[in-house]
Design a binder for this molecule. Structure first.
Ligand SMILES: [Fe+2]
Ligand SMILES: [Fe+2]
Length: 251
């Protein structure tokens, strides 16, 4: 079973501004017809309805094999002004039509999907790491939040998840500290919660690619850059419970 990690597509209103994202998704669709796609947030640039319509059109062909989490730009203008209306659009235009396992806006529980092959079961756990505050000075930071953290802990403790390969994904970078536009404020608590309990962690936000192996009891911790305009993305292969990572072309 294979997965491609993309992030930060930043769909805009005007068609000409989306050429990079559309080109990447077209290439991925045609070249990897069986791969699952995981997109770790900032799918649109400021949550405008037209942006969501453009993103939906480009992602709909992946129905049944695309899995998403929201980023700061999805939920608010400039990526740092939280808007309830824009957050709800994420669910209306993306989560629901792309048949995600639940809603993100105003919901303190992770969105869980399970993908199966003849040999493997993979649990995909998506978090909403956006802060829902009215201050323009903290929104680009993120947090898992107490309620969602507790729900994640429960999911990882339940017998249904045992024996499955687990991929946890969200938008904010968990290793940036003391940065007013980047920090995942409860990253340390998240690391304690998932220690030795998930196989892969994926995120974006910083627009810089990175790969760590065997940290915090996790096989792979992967940061995606902003995929449009880049030549490569990471491919995860899960086979007989073993996960491996390769770079593959996306253009
Ligand atoms: Fe971004
Ligand atoms: Fe972001």
């Amino acid at each position: 079973m294979k997965f491609i990690h993309l992030s930060d597509l930043h769909f805009h209103r005007k068609t000409k501004d989306n050429a990079g994202a559309v080109k990447v998704l077209k290439y991925v669709k045609e070249t990897y017809p069986e791969h699952n796609l995981i997109v770790t947030g900032d799918i649109v640039d400021d949550g405008h309805e037209k942006q969501y319509k453009n993103a939906q059109k480009a992602l709909k062909p992946f129905l049944g094999r695309v899995f998403i989490s929201p980023g700061n730009h999805d939920f608010g203008a400039l990526g740092n002004l939280y808007s309830r209306e824009r957050a709800e659009r994420f669910d209306e235009f993306l989560s629901a039509p792309l048949q995600q396992g639940g809603a993100f806006s105003g919901d303190g529980t992770p969105v869980v999907n399970v993908v199966k092959s003849d040999t493997d079961k993979v649990m995909l756990i998506a978090l909403d790491t956006n802060l829902e505050t009215s201050s323009a000075f903290d929104f680009a930071c993120g947090a898992v939040g107490e309620e969602q953290m507790a729900a994640l802990d429960t999911i990882l403790r339940e017998s249904a998840s045992l024996g499955m390969t687990k991929i946890l994904f969200f938008h904010h970078h968990p290793f940036v500290h003391n940065d007013p536009f980047m920090e995942l404020q409860d990253a340390l608590e998240l690391m304690r919660t998932i220690y030795n309990r998930v196989d892969v962690v994926l995120f974006g936000h910083k627009h810089i690619s990175g790969k760590l192996e065997n940290v915090n009891g996790i096989r792979y911790v992967l940061a995606s850059d902003n995929s449009p305009g880049k030549n490569f993305a990471r491919e995860l292969t899960v086979e007989n419970g073993i996960t491996s990572v390769d770079d593959i072309r996306i253009i």
